[in-house]
Design a protein around this ligand. Structure first.
Ligand code: FAD
Length: 487
């Protein structure tokens, strides 16, 4: 009988880490891997190099090749350009993690704090071609074999977070989950900028940093930033996730990559006649779940008993007490059934983080956008550069799928800003350049951004077609450099 090779424990730990499907497992197997190869994850500067040397596993090699290629980009100056910077990133959503990866490639020490303990969002993100290219370059397919196979151009939020968490950890980023950021603590005595965290005794509370990136999502606005409200006409979004059993019958059902009322009046009229459901648009993606996102008209939600009472204020209208959850489930299921021609045989809801049917209703009437993307605070001679990325910079309208695409663009732009900071560029110049680039973000589409995806880097000129780094002048951003030594 042929004898089997004993399993190398470090190889086994690596395999488990790569395949881990929950945030907790990723952290657990990462700790195990570090133990097996005897590399201290706190040794961020040489962590990745030592891990590569000591693991010596053929399965890891293809991943190292990808990460090495990325890391060798001249923008990072061999990981030396930000070697003196310490960055705190708030939020381990996709944009926080994507930014953390870039900052670590620039050579900075990076700590991420995330208040949640789990990654539980089934909802699916549409990926622009450049984001697919970018994620492939980080080894997405090694972590998630089904990543964008064939014509697929979407991924569940949780799956994307898992990929980015794994890459972050491999590159030496410290990620702490179950840690709530509650504000910045100004320098005192010898101590620099730190964060008020809950639990307060968490070791990350002692971390002193000179860069703070807020990627807290939706309506998280750090002190000193103002948000503009963009109020449109009433827009009510519904998301629903059904269990995907990956059967042959399910595989046959065609996705709906976005049907808007203006393009297919007949479909929406038929839906209304058959079910009483009145929609502006609908998207269906087949991913880990069968995912639907739709914009529904208020009148039909009232008629179908989903919304109990009519209010002119959207917040009151969609308050949990005014929504019949059962009726919402029926509404979403009926819309899903009709729009897929009744071909999804068993529309059973997947569960959300609370163990309830994963269906939700959101108000897109009022979207937020930060007035500025950056700020410098100086206290007791200690400067802190603050940047916003992701949804807390510009809130996306989900059915259009702009969240991740613009979120990653902003992550790269923020990294470019930190690079200038690391090079010792004057604060007003760093701010004016960042704000000049930010002007372009809301207008970006897959059509008006560069098609040379291989050429994309954190340098904005590789991505935006018409860029003027000084459209905003230093004297226009003086209010973003806040020096206060009165305290
Ligand atoms: P997020 O993904 O929201 O991540 C922010 C992170 O910061 C979270 O993990 C949060 O827990 C953490 N955080 C917040 N405050 C603190 C704090 N004080 N301390 C520590 N951590 C903190 N987009 C779509 O295209 N389609 C969808 O169907 C869709 N559904 C969504 C459903 C929900 C419930 C949410 C919140 C967002 C959804 N989005 C959707 C938006 C999409 O998830 C974002 O565009 C994308 O995830 C990029 O976001 P981000 O990283 O900026 O923020």
């Amino acid at each position: 009988m042929a004898s089997q090779d004993p399993v190398n424990p470090s190889h086994a730990a690596f395999d488990l880490f790569i395949q881990a499907q929950t945030c907790k497992d990723v952290q657990r197997y990462f700790a195990e891997l570090c133990k097996q190869v005897e590399v201290d994850p706190k040794d961020f500067r040489s962590f990745y190099t030592k891990l590569k040397e000591r693991l010596n596993y053929w399965k890891a090699k293809a991943l190292w090749t990808k990460l090495d290629k990325r890391a060798s980009h001249p923008d990072y100056e061999q990981g030396k350009v930000c070697a003196k910077n310490k960055c705190l990133v708030l939020g381990a959503g996709p944009c926080g993690l994507r930014t953390a990866i870039e900052l670590s490639l620039l050579g900075a020490q990076v700590v991420v704090v995330e208040k949640r303990e789990t990654f539980s969002r089934n909802n699916v993100l549409h990926l622009w071609p450049y984001t697919i290219y970018d994620l492939r370059g980080l080894g997405a397919k090694k972590f998630y074999g089904r990543f964008c196979t064939g014509a697929l151009d979407h991924i569940s939020i949780r799956q994307l977070q898992l990929i980015l968490l794994k890459v972050s950890l491999l590159l030496g980023v410290e990620v702490h989950t179950g840690v709530d950021f509650q504000g910045l603590i100004e320098p005192s005595g010898d101590k620099g900028w730190t964060a008020k965290l809950h639990p307060g005794c968490h070791p990350a509370a002692a971390f002193q940093f000179d860069v703070f990136i807020s990627a807290g999502g939706g309506r998280f606005i750090p002190d000193g930033f103002k948000h503009k409200e963009l109020r449109g006409k009433l827009a009510i979004g519904i998301t629903a996730n059904f269990i995907n059993r990956h059967t042959a019958a399910e595989a046959q059902v065609a996705e709906i990559s976005g049907v808007a009322r203006i393009y297919n009046q007949k479909f929406f009229q038929d839906l209304l006649t058959a079910t009483g459901i009145d929609l502006e648009n609908i998207v269906y993606y087949k991913d880990d779940t069968h995912y639907f996102v739709m914009t529904a008209k208020k009148k039909s939600l009232l008629k179908k008993g989903v919304i109990k009472q009519d209010y002119s204020d959207a917040e009151e209208l969609l308050a949990p007490a005014n929504v019949d959850h059962e009726a919402l489930c029926c509404y979403a299921r009926e819309a899903a059934h009709f729009s897929t021609g009744g071909q999804l045989p068993d529309l059973q809801f997947a569960q959300n983080h609370a163990g309830r049917p994963d269906v939700a209703m959101f108000d897109f009437t009022c979207m937020h956008r930060a007035e500025n993307a950056s700020l410098v605070k100086e206290r007791k001679g200690k400067k802190l550069l603050i940047g916003l990325v992701g949804d807390c910079l510009v809130e996306p309208f989900w059915p259009l799928g702009t969240g991740i695409a613009r979120g990653f663009l902003a992550a790269f732009d923020a990294a470019w800003m930190v690079r200038s900071w690391g090079k010792g560029t004057a604060p007003l110049k760093v701010l004016s350049e960042r704000e000049s680039v930010y002007q372009l973000l809301s207008q970006t589409t897959p059509e008006n951004t560069s098609k040379n995806y291989a050429g994309y880097s954190i340098d904005p000129s590789t991505r935006y077609q018409h860029i003027n780094f000084s459209s905003i002048k230093a004297n226009q951003v003086q209010h973003l450099y806040v020096v206060d030594d009165s305290k």
